[in-house]
Design a binder for this molecule. Sequence first.
Ligand code: SF4
Ligand code: SF4
Ligand code: FES
Length: 256
Amino acid sequence: MSSYKAHFKVWRGDAEGGGPADFTVEVNDGEVVLDIIHRIQATQAPDLAVRWNCKAGKCGSCSAEINGRPRLLCMTRMSVFDRTETITVTPLRAFPVVRDLVTDVSFNYAKAREIPSFVPPAKLAPGEYRMRQEDVNRSQEFRKCIECFLCQDTCHVVRDHEENKTAFAGPRFLMRVAELDMHPLDAAAEAGLDRKRTAQDEHGLGYCNITKCCTEVCPEHIKITDNALIPLKERAVDRKYDPLVWLGNKIRRREA
Ligand code: SF4
Ligand code: SF4
Ligand code: FES
């Protein structure tokens, strides 16, 4: 086994402020960045705060930024970096810092609560639901989400624009709206809920300009933009320019 010394800059501080702290630390073959953060904790900075749980890319809690790019600490191998380069680890930029590498991601939980859940079809009892395999597959891709919020952190709509947070749900939750809107058994429309309209009016779909940055950082390789956001945008536009929808709205307005 070979080992070498790497140079790290790890952001330390809290909501009041902070800055990078320098560490020179041993690295062994096969290690990931989270191993190095743990070694720094064990040998040099026992009070360094970092959030993690599974160390297997499945719990979504070790999200941070490595050399400015949102990544999972436990899934980033040290071998992807040059041995001589300084590796910078900073907290997620789009969310408030609690301490060191730990951020307050409650923005995301608030957005999750704003999305009305699946509406079960009234005429079918549980056990009678039937779906085509291709519809199951479509949802399955979105269900791989581990809620690491790297996509939420990287999206420029909120990354540099705190003021957009109220109006914009972010890629993870627009993907949730898309998933429900394309679900063949979702009875939201019968219950008076127009998911395409709410995507635009309440969850800020129009803010997304399909740059695909969210897709690029997703550790589950979910094609957020191509398979969720663009199809949702297409359906929302169809609805807006659908002559029957237009006529229906006009008649309803006249009756009112
Ligand atoms: S594709 Fe849309 S949601 Fe994704 S990062 Fe770009 S603007 Fe944000
Ligand atoms: S869609 Fe991907 S990047 Fe976004 S929260 Fe889910 S797993 Fe993370
Ligand atoms: S520790 Fe669970 S995803 Fe990294």
